[in-house]
Design a protein around this ligand. Structure first.
Ligand code: FMN
Length: 177
């Protein structure tokens, strides 16, 4: 087990996976439990998560995402969906448009980090056809799939990616770094 900062440092997008090494039910359960600890607007958790494990489901997600091949290498793909109606019931349009998206996004981020802490690898896939992804997993039309998270054991050592300097990110001059 890594501490939090090591986990953050070790998270890189992985685009080759060991197809022969499954994700255990225990690992998957632990990752999903962590995802659900994420903060959410009004504690409503306005998202749903579909789990693609069969070759047919993963092949359909690969096709939906412009043939990103690692989606069929990784044994699991988590599909995070917003539940706009759930957020709208309390927060109206802002809930549907913004809070549900933020809730689902934070939960997906937590899942990524939990996977790394469990010794697994992930890649966030945002480039996909929503209609095809919905069809792949029978996702109801009231939900919007917003992120695919490929999940499995890395078969490559990923490259470290650069980040913009903090000074380019920070707004204003209140913080001297
Ligand atoms: C919203 C979003 C969409 C992304 N879509 C894709 C994608 O479709 N395919 C892919 O290979 N990586 C995708 N990525 C992963 C990014 O390319 C990656 O996180 C970024 O290059 C930084 O690299 P790192 O994850 O290794 O730190 C996406 C990441 C985010 C947050």
């Amino acid at each position: 087990m890594w501490d939090f900062f090591e986990t953050i440092r070790h998270r890189h997008s992985v685009r080759h996976y060991r197809s022969d090494l499954p994700v255990s039910r225990e690992q998957l359960h632990a990752i999903l439990e962590v995802a659900c600890t994420a903060p959410s607007a009004g504690d409503l958790q306005s998202y749903r998560i579909a789990v693609a494990t069969t070759p047919a489901q993963r092949q359909a997600l690969r096709a939906a995402s412009g043939d990103q091949a690692f989606l069929t290498e990784a044994p699991v793909c988590l599909v995070f969906c917003t539940d706009g109606e759930r957020a709208a019931a309390r927060y109206g349009q802002r809930g549907a448009d913004l809070y549900a998206l933020q809730d689902a996004t934070i939960a997906a981020s937590y899942a990524q980090l939990a996977a790394v802490a469990a010794g697994l690898a992930t890649t966030w896939v945002g480039e996909f056809d929503e209609t095809q992804a919905r069809a792949a997993l029978d996702i109801p039309s009231s939900l919007r799939p917003i992120a695919l998270i490929a999940l499995g054991t890395a078969a490559e050592t990923p490259q470290e990616t650069p980040r913009r300097p903090l000074k380019d990110i920070m707004l204003g001059d209140g913080l001297t770094l």
